[in-house]
Design a protein around this ligand. Structure first.
Ligand code: WT7
Length: 652
């Protein structure tokens, strides 16, 4: 979006509105007053939210911003994050409450109460101490979605060690780079986990990675699948080490700014960035947002976030936010289609899940599989639905609301990033009238805005860049070991503003719509066109489940729009023909205007996605421009690109 600020904003005619259900609005945790309260005294507002936590020593100053962009929140305060997530609930008499209903992919289950979690975390903390891990040391965690994953994270927090969770789908190379960058002393892993009905090994990847990581002193191995693993001198079995530990441990208070974790984001270029989150401010904002955005009632709700704990969504909204609030959550180990495509809905039915949080990519996949699958299950327990990770196309939003939410549950589209640590822009389910496709307003206490090239706030109806004007409690504190890159990446594009890298627009009511990464915006005949808007137009066609759009160099228009489309499961055979392509081009022209009409549309069976489910438009650009493919290492399934290439006409 380098030149004009013109967007398609006013062309996208989304007029459906969904007011909050009356019953929810009446008993909502957070009402419209919160916005006023925060606007009147932002720091006072956050100070009150910090009172949700139990502090070993109260802070003196809410925010120290004397050395921007390096923030310190709740300065002088001390607390222990694991104590806040576990022990204090047990001390309050809630030890028998379920913290996690864990469901393994093969159907094995484990129910973990807060009292049990306290014992398990204490044992794991004692085990880490026995291995010589001390406050400030880094621990790498490379585990499947099993209870030992949150237990390990909390054990680190309990002793003041900083964890670095590496998603279990990453390669030995990726793991090695992350271990080296953080100089981790210990890595906690498992023989493997279950995925798509089979054991999927992890230990060989760790063996490969730690051949070359001098900082690693011990490899702790959880037995999950029982498959044979190589045993190396540094290895120790979790069950040998942890099970014999005392189940009591006194948590150590740490400074509010003590590093809680590092989480690496790959970004599009260069070496991964180690995003650093600290303790007091982070826990304050994840606890507040989980309470406010999901309207969590810890006594009665059963909450399920389907993300992998290896991503920030899992850190903030499976582990820290829900536990700080004393919630009962579901954790599911495997894939949504194992052993059948209704597995998620079966889990909701089984545990009577009331709050469900997932990603647009998953919703669109379920749309593709067909409406009849969720229809077979009792989803009447649900009351709030959430979305995160990408812009949610209006059609996917409405499908989610109708087919999963039974038309009665509000959908909260939550915008945030690994860097922001917690939700920043989102509807409040008891306050906001929902608009399909809009993330709506910054949460109380968050100063997000949309600005133009010159850093000026755009008027309603305008488009530009999403920024944050003021520091927020859960913001990243730096890039691990690279302050300069932190300043350059996030605080240099606009003087004094945090630059998120996302395009956005304000509609006529001033509500915010996300338009995708700035790198993905196309410039067609002098118009900025967002990939998101064209994708949403395609998905609004009844026969389309999912679409990805890229800009391809064009001699006439500068860039031309190329679309890749996956038809819905029930769309029939005609979706292969030229007529269908013509129909789709016409549909986009009608919805967005002729300027947005794709030059070319390819019907494909799958789309390339990153391991966290985001469409890799970079690879599709390579295809559209007839180049050989760039780096495919972050791709979930590399055979997808073969499937797409087979569909290509030999000439463009
Ligand atoms: C990027 C951050 C935050 C947890 C998961 C992703 C995109 C995220 C939304 C949303 C539109 C969204 C943005 C953002 N994104 N949520 N609700 N609407 N876009 O974390 O991997 O750090 O990615 O995801 O582009 O910058 P992440």
């Amino acid at each position: 979006m380098s030149q004009s600020q013109e967007t398609l904003s006013n062309l996208l005619q989304e007029t459906r509105r969904f007011p909050p259900p009356a019953e929810l609005a009446e008993s909502a945790n957070v009402t419209a007053e919160a916005y006023e309260e925060a606007a009147a005294d932002r720091l006072g507002f956050w100070a009150r939210q910090a009172e949700r936590l139990t502090w070993a020593k109260h802070w003196d100053t809410v925010l120290d911003w004397s050395n921007p962009p390096f923030a310190k929140w709740f300065v002088g305060g001390e607390l222990n994050v694991a104590y806040n997530c576990v022990d204090r609930h047990v001390e309050a008499g809630l030890g028998a409450r379920v913290a996690y209903h864990w469901e393994g992919e093969p159907g094995d289950t484990r129910t973990i109460t807060y009292a049990e979690l306290q014992r398990e975390v204490s044992k794991a903390a004692n085990a880490l101490l026995e291995l010589g891990v001390r406050k400030g040391d880094r621990v790498a965690i490379y585990l499947p979605m099993i209870p030992e994953l949150p237990i390990s994270m909390l054990a680190c927090a309990r002793i003041g060690a900083t964890h670095s969770v590496v998603f279990g789908g990453f390669s030995a190379d990726a793991l090695r780079t992350r271990i080296d960058d953080a100089q981790a002393k210990v890595v906690i892993t498992a023989d493997g986990g279950y995925r798509r009905g089979k054991p999927s090994a992890l230990k060989p990847t760790v063996d490969e990675a730690v051949k070359d990581t001098p900082s690693i002193e011990h490899v702790v191995v959880v037995r999950r699948t029982g498959e044979q693993v190589a045993e190396n001198p540094r290895d120790v079995w979790w069950h040998d080490l942890v099970e014999r530990q005392p189940d009591e441990h006194t948590p150590e208070p740490v400074d509010s700014e003590h590093p809680l974790y590092i989480l690496y984001t790959s970004g599009t270029t260069g070496k991964p960035k180690g995003i650093l989150h600290t303790s007091g401010g982070y826990l304050t904002q994840v606890a507040y947002t989980h309470h406010a955005v999901f309207d969590l009632k810890p006594k009665t709700d059963v909450y399920w976030c389907t993300a992998d704990i290896g991503w920030v969504t899992g850190h903030s909204y499976i582990v820290y936010g829900p536990l700080a609030n004393g919630a009962t959550s579901v954790i599911y180990e495997g894939t949504p289609d194992t052993p059948h495509k209704g597995r998620w809905w079966e889990v909701i039915q089984k545990y009577k899940v009331t709050i469900f949080y997932t990603a647009p990519t998953a919703i669109r996949t379920c749309m593709k599989w067909g409406d009849e699958i969720p229809a077979e299950f009792d989803l009447s327990s649900l009351r709030v639905l959430g979305s995160v990770g990408e812009p949610i196309n209006p059609e996917a939003y409405v499908w989610y609301r109708e087919n999963i939410g039974g038309g009665r549950c509000p959908v909260v589209d939550t915008w945030w990033q690994t860097e922001t640590g917690a939700i920043m822009v989102s509807p409040l389910p008891g306050v906001t009238e929902g608009k399909p496709g809009a993330a709506m307003r910054p949460l109380p206490g968050v100063e997000a805005d949309v600005v133009d090239d010159q850093a000026q706030s755009v008027p309603n109806g305008g488009g530009g860049f999403l920024v944050v004007r003021e520091p927020w409690p859960s913001m990243l504190r730096t890039i691990w070991g690279d302050d300069e890159r932190y300043v350059k990446t996030y605080w240099s594009r606009f003087d004094g503003l945090y630059f998120a890298g996302d395009g956005a627009k304000k509609d006529d009511d001033g509500d915010i719509w996300l338009l995708g990464r700035v790198d993905d915006v196309m410039l067609v005949s002098g118009h900025n066109i967002s990939t998101t808007e064209v994708e949403s137009a395609l998905v609004s066609h009844p026969k389309v489940a999912e679409a990805a759009v890229v800009g391809s160099t064009d001699p006439v228009t500068g860039q031309a729009i190329v679309a890749f489309v996956i038809p819905r499961g029930n769309a029939g055979a005609e979706v292969e023909g030229e007529d269908f392509v013509a129909e789709l081009r016409g549909h986009v022209a009608k919805t967005l205007g002729p300027i947005a009409k794709p030059r070319q549309i390819m019907i494909v069976p799958e789309l390339p996605k990153t391991r966290s489910g985001k469409i890799m438009r970079r690879l599709l650009r390579d295809v559209a421009e007839n180049r050989s493919l760039g780096d495919v290492t972050t791709l979930t399934d590399s055979s997808v690109m073969d499937l797409i290439s087979q569909k290509l006409p030999s000439a463009k």
